[in-house]
Design a protein. Sequence first.
Length: 154
Amino acid sequence: MAEPTNGLSIRAISVLPDQIQALETEAVAEGFRFLTRLIADWHSGTNRFARPGECLLGVFSNRQLIAIGGLSHDPYAGPDVGRLRRVYVARASRGRNVGKALVSQLLEHAAQRFSVVRLSTDTREGAAFYLRCGFEPVMDEHATHAKPLSAQKH
């Protein structure tokens, strides 16, 4: 999964890198607490993106973590529905297709197990980003966007 994309590498994370702290600090400064939850859930074992079909991916540039995002089972939907979670791109790396490459890899992974991927975002920028990634808006109390996949379950 370490395919280079514009000089970047995207790879699965099985141990949270120390660099997650810098991303979390930046996210909190922007008013986002979801990386704080990711770290807390990881350390408590509540969610390590380790169930079948799940993954946590990091985007690295020169060994520096510049983006992160996870795929899990959607707790609000059926067993064939995945959920994008905790997607964050460092401010300095935005506008360079880093987020799009990350979401593309997450969706490629999702297609092996899930027929639909959902997510929830509460910002206009996030909504516009996910539309550019091929998601459609949905009216659901637990999701703002969804994307059907042509699942190739193994």
